[in-house]
Design a protein around this ligand. Sequence first.
Ligand code: SAH
Length: 447
Amino acid sequence: MRHFPIFLDLTGRTALLLGTGQIAERKAEPLRAAGAIIRQREHFHPDDLNGCVVAVGADAPDADLRALSEAAQAKGIPVNVVDKPELCSFITPAVIDRNPISIAISSSGTAPVLARLIRAQIEALIPPAYGRLAAMADRFKADIRARLPDLAQRRRVLEKLLTGAAADLVFAGREDEAAAIFESTLADNAPSGGMVFLVGGGPGSADLLTLRAQRLLGEADIIVHDRLIGEDVLDMARRDADRIYVGKERAHHCVLQEDINDLLINLAREGRKVVRLKGGDPFIFGRGGEEAEALQAAGVAFEVVPGVTAALACAAQARIPLTHREAARSVTFLTGHTKEGKLDVDFAPLVKLGGTIAVYMGIVSLPLLRDGLFAHGLPRETPAMLIERGGTRRQRELRGGLDRLVAEGPGWSRKGPTLVLIGAAIGRGVALRDTLPVFHQDATQPV
Ligand code: SAH
């Protein structure tokens, strides 16, 4: 390590700032935020250093900056001169401010841009709410010390509070419930602290996960997932997290929904942090609603984290505007799931609405869909599209009217999850497609 990191307490102390231009202003900001009294000068005079604990040189003449550096170092005052490492006795890191938490990153002056990129990645992992979590811990500090005099025990309890359900409740803005867990844990009648997160895993690409989903995957003790979850999404999970596959194949459900509900409830009651990871969004044709109801009825704490649903991912990557001022003023998410060979859809209002229709689980019922829509007046030439494995590198598309999709769909399909899009807006998308290069599509990938 080339530099020794420290955090200076500047509250009420004086900092000398040399320069009055834009750079100086940028340097003044964090000093002021840290409570420093700023003594700002255009030129350097040795007396200016009297009573200062730190000195910063910004946009001042070179001779002044050099004199500042020498005088400060002679007096043992830490000095930084912007963009002149040879005049510095300290360097300033890239900072993530989650007051009262701060994280400083340095490349020892070798690659400040890289340090800033690292900062951006860490920023994404540490939600702003970490500041609120620290404030919560601070609120209970005296109580914790009084009740848990043993240091090791104190650390154990704090770790549990700061990574368990109480922390998640703070992140979710439910401070009162979090405080109740702090209180009951300290009063030693702690609830188990388990919690379930119904998390949307998006269409299958890791970079279409939300930041919240990514964080929870990194923290979960156990991940309960189904078939649509891709390996690169699961790779985001903590290495030592347990995984349970409860995938459902159409027609032969391999784990009953009630059994999944019970599993989630029991794991939470064991005190585990459970991520129930679902393809797309948990509340769109994912039976997330049933799981939420079961958890609620069992009194298990849970949160729902939205995900990019298939229709949005497919459309974005195929460059289909789902709504368009001239072509579609609504979008309907429809299930093509059949019961006893019948499609339970009220076609008349759907056709009348005239917007885009996104059909989930629609490939098998495609002939029924076509017949119903045409019987209720949808023009035969309405553009439509099948999109397989949308939102991933393996997205494939088949376009045409519904007649063509019904005829060619079965032969074209490679049995990946497939969405049906229907409506005039698809024509707009196809027009876009023909004039622009497509970067993501790689239909040549083996399946
Ligand atoms: N909750 C999920 C949908 C689950 S239902 C979501 O919000 O996306 C399963 C159906 O979703 C599949 O039959 C298919 O129609 C659709 N689907 C899911 N992922 C898909 C993908 N990557 N590409 C195309 N369709 C997908």
